[in-house]
Design a protein around this ligand. Structure first.
Ligand code: GAR
Length: 218
């Protein structure tokens, strides 16, 4: 691990926050070169808020229903995040679409984890849709966020073979295990300065990625 000061990271969540937990665990195990300076949720009941507080991280709920439009909510959220001067924003199960204005304010420094092998299955219910399509492979992707939903350059993918007796639940559980590997890895690479977004392309160790790095799962 480098001796540089850790990269300040803000994490956005909407639910359980098990991916947030994986990021926290990496810090607590002294494996991380980033610090989570704040967590924001659009839902008051997100369990991830408790996880953050337990780890001593400021945790905030910004309520979309208090704002008249997506743009005004996004602006309030962005203003609140700005106070923490993050070097990176991580969407870890944040279930709202961010407006282009929000994305532009944090240009080139937002990572998202998505539960499919992008570009397949953008959007919701990815496990159900992968099963319905009789996919033999499925997984998760960490990608840079651009104004296009689930469309920014992919950085790293976790891949598993879909079993014959697989259900949506079993697939979700298996994919989650892989997310806990690839999300801290991508955040770590960004924090080390090895990963960046430049002219719309993901650059790893100075080379434009032709395809996302790949982690094969069980
Ligand atoms: C994760 O599987 C993540 O990939 C997904 O939400 C889950 C959050 O779980 N994200 C999306 O679907 C974004 N479109 P967690 O709250 O336990 O980390």
């Amino acid at each position: 691990m480098s001796t540089d000061p850790p990269l300040p990271v803000v994490v956005l969540i909407s639910g359980e926050g098990t991916n947030l937990q994986a990021l926290i665990d990496a810090i607590q195990n002294d494996l991380a070169n980033y610090a989570i300076v704040a967590v924001f949720s659009d839902r008051a009941d997100a369990r991830g808020l408790e996880r953050a507080r337990k780890a001593g991280i400021p945790a905030h709920h910004v309520d979309p229903s208090s704002y008249s439009s997506r743009e005004t909510f996004d602006q309030a959220l962005a203003d609140a995040i700005y106070q923490y001067e993050p070097g990176l924003l991580v969407l870890a199960g944040f279930m709202r679409i961010l407006s282009p204005g929000f994305v532009a304010r944090f240009a080139d420094r937002i990572l998202n984890i998505h539960p499919s092998l992008l570009p397949k299955f953008k959007g919701l219910r990815t496990h159900q849709r992968a099963l319905a399509a009789a996919e033999t492979e499925h997984g998760a992707t960490v990608h840079f966020v651009t104004a296009e939903l689930d469309g920014g350059p992919a950085v790293i993918q976790y891949r598993i073979r879909v079993g014959e007796t697989e259900t949506e639940d079993s697939l979700s559980a298996r994919v989650h295990q892989g997310e806990y590997i690839i999300l801290p890895r991508a955040v770590g690479l960004f924090a080390e300065g090895r990963l960046r977004l430049e002219s719309g392309r993901a650059i790893l160790d100075g080379e434009a990625l032709q395809a996302p790095a790949r982690v094969n799962g069980e």
